[in-house]
Design a binder for this molecule. Structure first.
Ligand SMILES: [Zn+2]
Length: 197
């Protein structure tokens, strides 16, 4: 928040100047949109974006058979959720428990796990180990990678952004504020596109 706070003499409470557009949006959000919607959005906009990326990939490389389509979708959702294992309070972080806490401590949130290096490492791991020795289908591997990349794209359009070549300092960021009204707009845009295409 960029506004200046000043105490009111009567109550001693802080109040905020509401001159900027950003602050008007924040007040609008608090007044009209329940926080439960934002909490819901936090964990689901990434999945929506992953579904969008998956459907685009699907349109170029359609899977043969229902089983493969289901496995592609499951791998995609896992790929969408996995990057946030570097944040202990995220959807996947809460399930991973101490592993997530350890990763967060070592790599920091939106650090190495949110970089292209991680995608390359996972690609190599899956391609040259799981696909080669465990005959994992290439298509499932791509579902996972598309999901992972879609997550990074989703974070890259937020105001905090990501460092795609971490630890190099180059940061990609956008206008979307996580868990706020702008994220709802992104989700609605994705849903609209998917329904109309
Ligand atoms: Zn993330």
């Amino acid at each position: 928040m960029t506004g200046s706070a000043h105490a009111t003499a009567a109550t001693g409470k802080e109040c905020w100047r509401t001159s900027s557009t950003k602050q008007r949006i924040i007040l609008f959000e608090k007044a009209f949109i329940p926080s439960t919607i934002f909490n819901f959005m936090r964990s689901n906009t990434h999945i929506l974006l992953g579904m969008l990326a998956g459907s685009v990939y699907f349109s170029y490389f359609p899977a043969k058979g229902l089983v493969l389509q289901v496995l592609f979708s499951l791998a995609l959702i896992f790929g969408v959720l996995l990057p946030d294992i570097d944040e202990a309070h995220s959807t996947i972080g809460q399930r991973a428990g101490f592993i997530s806490k350890l990763i967060q401590k070592i790599f920091k949130h939106r650090g190495f796990f949110h970089s292209v290096w991680m995608i390359l490492i996972l690609f190599a791991l899956f391609k040259f180990v799981f696909v080669k020795y465990f005959t994992l289908n290439d298509f499932i591997l791509m579902g996972f990678l598309v999901g992972y990349a879609a997550h990074l794209l989703g974070d890259a359009i937020t105001v905090n952004g990501i460092k795609p070549f971490y630890p190099l300092g180059l940061t990609i960021r956008g206008p979307v504020r996580t868990g706020k009204f702008s994220e709802v707009l992104v989700a609605l845009a994705i849903i609209t596109w998917m329904v109309t295409h």
